[in-house]
Write a new protein. Structure first.
Length: 391
């Protein structure tokens, strides 16, 4: 290549950030970004022969499942978008094969600086052409997607963790951006990166639990008196249980009725999420065996509740992609979790942060989130491989 692999990867990540932050032409963005990946793979075609047959087998299995989801599904465009994840993965894998551990850290520093610069410009632009105070940001359909996008950048922060001083400031900086995104879930998820796994003991857990309960009680009393609206938003699920309305909630879910039928006093984003989980779960257990195993296909969830998504990626995978795909996903997630416990506790908070995000949001049908997840996690994975090889 005319340019170095390090320069190419910095360009690839930066090009993606630029498109995602500033270009509203999502389909054109998809074509341009994948065009860059295709050109790279054509130039490095000889390297494709070095990929193990086991991985090519995984690609074929993924292709087979995507074809089933295409036939079963509602939105056909996601067939192409999901298959493009193969291009993204292969691009990162082949490029990473040329790098040493230092190169990964160097690239992550450059990419993180570019990310911070571009998101800062996006925030400034949002105040000019949108209204961040009303949770509206330029070029992001929803603040929760912006929040998820910010969380993905913590991968680059982790790669810089050897420099403890800059690592601390970078984490605080991205938590600050999560706060500015106005996505409560993103902010709470980002705080997971401050958890010190090595310092956790039973006494620490007991003390933290006691402080948490005390804080909840104090918050309960203060909000009930001084901020009824915020009280309802946070504590309405508990109030519903105290009032004995849970059985009514289940009956509403079985009939897929609006949650407002339960009463305005129980309206909150948290209780709405739990209500949607009930609706989708009751739908799921009624499915024939083939649909249960292979799912409803791309965008299949839209058939359940008037196009509303469950706001839980685990549940979304189970409904649209089926029990087999969900089991494979959980197998690798548990495998990663166990590996972190045994070999790399530093990375565990990052994994916990992403799991928490998947539990309360829908990310897998946003191409720029999904492709970012594949890119960043692959980049981190190959860095860890290189790091173990060098030890």
């Amino acid at each position: 290549m005319i340019i170095s692999i390090r320069t190419f990867l910095i360009f690839l990540f930066s090009f993606k950030f630029l498109l995602d932050f500033f270009s509203p032409l999502r389909e054109l963005n998809f074509l341009m970004f994948n065009g860059v990946c295709i050109i790279f793979l054509i130039i490095k075609m000889k390297e494709l022969k070095l990929i193990p047959m086991r991985e090519w087998g995984g690609v074929l299995v993924f292709l087979l499942f995507c074809t089933i989801w295409l036939i079963q599904g509602v939105d056909k465009m996601f067939y192409i978008k999901y298959l493009s994840m193969i291009l993204v993965y292969l691009t990162i894998k082949i490029a990473a094969s040329y790098l040493d551990a230092y190169d990964f850290v160097y690239i992550s520093k450059k990419v993180l600086n570019i990310f911070v610069a571009l998101i800062s410009i996006n925030y400034i632009l949002s105040f000019i052409v949108a209204n961040p105070l009303a949770r509206e940001f330029f070029n992001f359909e929803h603040v929760n997607l912006l929040g998820s996008y910010i969380l993905l950048s913590f991968v680059f922060v982790h790669l810089n963790s050897q420099n403890l001083e800059s690592y601390k400031y970078q984490r605080f900086g991205l938590v600050g951006y999560s706060l500015l995104s106005t996505s409560t879930g993103a902010l709470l998820s980002s705080l997971m990166t401050f958890v010190k796994i090595k310092a956790i003991r039973l006494s620490v857990i007991l003390k933290a639990t006691a402080v948490f309960i005390l804080a909840i009680v104090v918050l309960f009393l203060i909000l009930k008196i001084y901020s009824p609206e915020l009280f309802r938003k946070i504590f309405s699920p508990f109030q519903m249980l105290v009032d004995g309305e849970f059985s009514n909630l289940i009956n509403l879910a079985k009939n897929r009725m609006p949650i407002q039928d339960l009463g305005e006093q129980y309206s909150s984003s948290l209780i709405w999420r739990f209500y949607s989980y009930l609706i989708f779960w009751t739908y799921l257990i009624e499915q024939p065996i083939f649909t249960l195993l292979f799912g409803d296909g791309f965008w299949g969830f839209s058939k359940v509740w008037g196009g509303i998504a469950p706001h839980n990626d685990f549940l979304l995978i189970l409904i649209d992609f089926g029990l087999i795909a969900f089991s494979i996903f959980m197998y690798y997630l548990i495998k990663i979790f166990i590996w972190c416990l045994k070999a790399d506790l530093i990375i565990l908070p990052l994994i916990l942060m992403l799991i928490l995000r998947f539990m309360f949001e829908n990310n897998i049908y946003s191409y720029y989130i999904l492709s970012g997840l594949v890119m960043n996690i692959s980049f981190l994975y190959f860095y860890k491989q290189k790091q173990r090889y060098c030890q």
